[in-house]
Design a protein around this ligand. Sequence first.
Ligand code: ATP
Ligand code: MG
Length: 158
Amino acid sequence: KTTNIVMLLDTAVTKVELVAKEKEQQLNKLYNKDADIRANVDRDRFEQVILNVLSNSIKYTNEGGRIDVDVFEQDGNARIVVQDNGIGISEEALPRIFERFYRVDKARSRAMGGTGLGLAITRKIVLLHNGVIKVKSEEGEGTTFTVRIPLKYMEQSK
Ligand code: ATP
Ligand code: MG
């Protein structure tokens, strides 16, 4: 059984739209809603992946910022791209953000709420789907997360 990744993404975007609106952020959907990119995913878990990345972008982008969301098919993979023009992540911190409980700015993060588990869980789920999650960031400029999962995913004994 396969899931339309575009629909799954669009539903997740809808769920966070209000939060972005409250911060007067532009949440741009670059994808074509009618596209159909199918993959074999655990729907609830994969939605959690998308929601974690999306809510981070909203959380770590200032009022009036911009978040671009896209999904497309490439080389037998579905690629989800979430790009923000938020606070960004320093070069030193970047390799550590997928660690459990790691947060770049302890004081600020505490004030914002959360645990620092979001990306650790996200990465685990992506790996369970034989996928890859990548991040590019420039402090003060913004951050781009890319989640790639194979469209034809064979069930494996893990
Ligand atoms: P939680 O997700 O558990 O509520 P969290 O958001 O702090 O808490 P993660 O989602 O694991 O934890 O992210 C780890 C850290 O990576 C964050 O604390 C933040 O410093 C940094 N980070 C994640 N996404 C972004 C982003 N889009 N822009 C800037 N920094 C980010
Ligand atoms: Mg988070």
